[in-house]
Design a protein around this ligand. Structure first.
Ligand SMILES: Nc1ncnc2c1ncn2[C@@H]1O[C@H](COP(=O)(O)OP(=O)(O)OP(=O)(O)O)[C@@H](O)[C@H]1O
Ligand SMILES: [Mg+2]
Length: 295
């Protein structure tokens, strides 16, 4: 770990003088999954990510190269294959708690706009994968009360309809989005670790769900249900030669949940499943209230 040693030795300095507007040293952060670490160098405005296996390192570089054409991602400055280390640009970002309502709006708009451009680049591909709800259901070895309920909420007429599936971020939510500070604010997308192939609109609903689940922020779902985002959804569907049916807004959410269950919730322990089930019920209540309200 020569590279790491050099990095740490040269940077283990904490400046605390009048000129600094905050912490200027080096900070070590272990990744949530226990695999790998991040070392933040606030003076050089860089961070180094060190992976514990080649696959994670390689995926970081691969997803960066693939998605940077469509989304704004912090720049990778140095790649070191031997040490499974990547150095990237540190974004001086605004804390989520300081975001204004306008910024919450802007973020979703940015996601829509970037997605539209990205989708256009994918729609013409000959090898476009297609997924139907029934194909996901048939791969669920173990059924649970959560999956049963999700499946029951998808109408029979949609169960075998195929939808295009493309590579997506896979873990989109406000914690994985950074808004840079300063006059020229930019929106950065980070944490592409869970990138995978999903039904094309997965990231949008996953974003709304994550905000609902983690932050109890229901505004995105409410606006979607009220039709505020119809125009974006119509455009997204049209790109894949599909029609977005306004009267099926809720069905699309349930199909998202099936995809999410298949990718993320299959191996949940009982406690986590119960917790998710409860919040899912809260969302169903919100949808129910919305149905009465928006009719
Ligand atoms: N390029 C960057 N610039 C500034 N901060 C960053 C950058 N990359 C990551 N961070 C900070 O580190 C945090 C965690 O990074 P990331 O989301 O990539 O990893 P993670 O797998 O979610 O890790 P954890 O499980 O520890 O949250 C981010 O929420 C952000 O605060
Ligand atoms: Mg993250």
């Amino acid at each position: 770990m020569l590279y790491l040693k050099r990095y740490l030795q040269s940077d283990l300095i904490i400046e605390d003088n009048e000129n600094s507007d905050g912490f200027r040293g080096t900070l070590l952060l272990q990744n949530g999954d226990g695999k790998g670490i991040k070392i933040f160098d606030f003076r050089k405005e860089e961070l180094m990510l060190i992976y514990s296996n080649y696959d994670d390192y390689e995926k970081k570089i691969r997803t960066y190269e693939y998605f940077r054409k469509y989304y704004t991602i912090p720049r990778i400055l140095i790649q070191n294959k031997d040490e499974l280390a990547v150095t990237e640009e540190y974004i001086n970002f605004e804390l989520n708690k300081d975001w204004t309502d306008r910024e919450y709006d802007l973020i979703l708009k940015d996601i829509f706009q970037k997605s539209l451009v990205y989708f256009r680049s994918q729609s013409g591909k000959n090898d476009l994968i297609r997924i139907s709800p029934i194909s996901l259901i048939s791969k669920l070895a173990l059924k649970s009360y959560l999956s049963e309920q999700i499946i029951n909420n998808i109408g029979k007429e949609f169960i075998d309809q195929e939808l295009p599936a493309i590579k997506l971020h896979g873990d989109l939510w406000t914690s994985n989005i950074l808004i840079s500070q300063g006059n020229n604010k930019k929106i950065f997308y980070i944490d592409w670790e869970r990138s995978d192939v999903f039904i094309f609109y997965y990231d949008l609903f996953n974003f709304m769900w994550n905000e609902f689940f983690n932050n109890r922020y229901s505004s995105y779902f409410e606006r979607y249900l009220s039709g505020e985002y119809d125009d974006y959804f119509e455009q997204m569907f049209r790109i894949f030669n599909l029609t977005f049916h306004k009267d099926q807004r809720v069905t699309y959410i349930h199909i998202f949940f099936l995809n999410h269950f298949y990718k993320r919730w299959r191996k949940l322990n009982r406690n986590s499943e119960t917790r998710i089930y409860q919040v899912y019920q809260e969302l169903l209540n919100l949808i129910d209230r919305g149905n009465k309200h928006y009719r």
